[in-house]
Design a protein around this ligand. Structure first.
Ligand code: HPA
Ligand code: MG
Length: 221
């Protein structure tokens, strides 16, 4: 089986990118004034996900896949990615089963990362044994979550583990290793939408956006 070390950087968004004006896109009315710009439009996210799904199928092959979705931020990415993998496998007339398990880390309050990581989810991931595992994360910044999760998953002796990250953030002391599949590499800015939250708000926004100062104040805890 092909086990290519792909690790493409993905679509790289430069530091100077100020996003699209909000007037150019449709977004929920209840967030008027709370956003600064549309950073990555929903359609662009969806198209990029189709490409990731294609790459994943090329590498893992049309084999059964155990998907480990990192909640809550990863739920939309995971759902759209799995749908695209299924659709592309189907149109290639291949058989593929996918099973999704969920895992959660508690680590963010406001827009600051707190120090400790707790894995919340099934203690027993023995169903991963001997399987092709795809970890699906919305954001990789320091890579701490990814490393902790990889270590945890390896103890269950999977056949293969790959990581898909929709966004990789260029932070100081950023992840030493990229996920195997990267959607976008973005500057160190706090983004919301497409299931990414600010104190649980903005998950219901389809685009990935930058929050405004007003928005930050409004939804502060
Ligand atoms: N937005 C939402 N959640 C996050 C982010 C972000 O930019 N970075 C890490 N968790
Ligand atoms: Mg959060």
């Amino acid at each position: 089986m092909a086990d290519v070390q792909r690790k493409e950087p993905g679509v790289v968004i430069k530091d100077g990118w100020s996003g699209y004006s909000l007037e150019l896109f449709n977004y929920p009315e209840h967030y008027q004034g709370d956003l600064e710009c549309v950073y990555i439009p929903h359609g662009v996210i969806m198209n990029r996900i189709e490409c990731l799904a294609r790459d994943i199928l090329e590498d893992i092959g049309h084999h059964d896949m155990m998907v480990l979705c990192v909640l809550k931020g990863g739920y939309k990415f995971c759902s759209d990615l799995v749908e695209s993998i299924k659709a592309q496998s189907r149109s290639a007339n291949r058989r593929l089963t996918t099973r999704v398990e969920f895992i959660r880390f508690k680590s963010y309050l406001n827009d600051q990362s707190t120090e400790d990581l707790h894995i919340i989810g099934p203690d027993d991931l023995s169903m991963l044994k001997g399987k092709n595992v795809l970890i699906v994360e919305a954001i990789v910044d320091t890579g701490k979550t990814m490393r902790a999760l990889l270590q945890h998953v390896e103890t269950f002796q999977p056949k293969m583990v790959k990581v898909a990250g929709l966004l990789v953030k260029r932070v100081p002391h950023g992840a030493a290793e990229l996920p195997d599949y990267v959607g976008f590499v973005i500057p160190n800015r706090f983004v919301v939408g497409y299931a990414l939250d600010y104190n649980e708000y903005f998950r219901d926004l389809n685009h990935i956006c930058v929050i405004s100062e007003t928005g930050k104040q409004k939804y502060k805890v």
